[in-house]
Write a protein that binds this ligand. Structure first.
Ligand code: GDP
Ligand code: MG
Length: 150
């Protein structure tokens, strides 16, 4: 099934953006929208609401606001599950060979990339990180890469 997912390259992956995008495209997915952004604690409290009470939440905020992120909408056959597989396990020590996290991530926290874990969350996250698409009343499907520089 053709679907969209929300993917985000975290600050520790910014320097490797081209490499990460290579993994995504070689797997047959299309990056249909992208932008560079700096996250705030407020958006992280929404995005990681299930982690807010964890003792390491402060570290996550510090890490995720330490530099720019690349927000992307990725489209393709079973993109949500497929991208989760391509990313690999949360902890790179447990990630399979050939996955992005196995190749590039340093730790369970600094793990390079985020990917929505269900179609419902993908839709929510796309709205959260690309609110301008809804405001323009344009269908995400028609949005092409916004910034070729990235
Ligand atoms: P994901 O879906 O694979 O990204 O993993 P989760 O949804 O479980 O966690 C969200 C993010 O929080 C992870 O990607 C990590 O960056 C961070 N995280 C999760 N578990 C831990 C942990 O035990 N310690 C720390 N420091 N960070 C964590
Ligand atoms: Mg998750």
């Amino acid at each position: 099934m053709e679907e969209k997912t929300y993917i985000m390259i975290k600050p520790d992956g910014f320097e490797d953006t081209a490499i990460v995008k290579g993994y995504i495209r070689r797997a047959g997915y299309q990056i249909v929208a992208q932008k560079k952004m700096r996250l705030t604690e407020a958006i992280l409290r929404e995005h990681y609401d299930f982690l807010v009470d964890k003792p390491f939440f402060g570290d996550i905020v510090e890490f995720m606001t330490s530099g720019p992120v690349i927000c992307m909408i990725v489209e393709g056959e079973n993109a949500v599950a497929g991208m989760r597989t391509l990313m690999g396990a949360t902890d790179p020590n447990e990630a399979a060979e050939g996955t992005i996290r196995k190749a590039l991530a340093k730790s369970k926290q600094r793990n390079i990339i985020h990917g929505a874990d269900s179609p419902e969350n993908a839709e929510k996250e796309i709205k959260r990180f690309f609110p301008e698409l809804a405001a323009e009343k344009r269908r995400v499907y028609t949005i092409k890469v916004m910034d070729e520089q990235i």
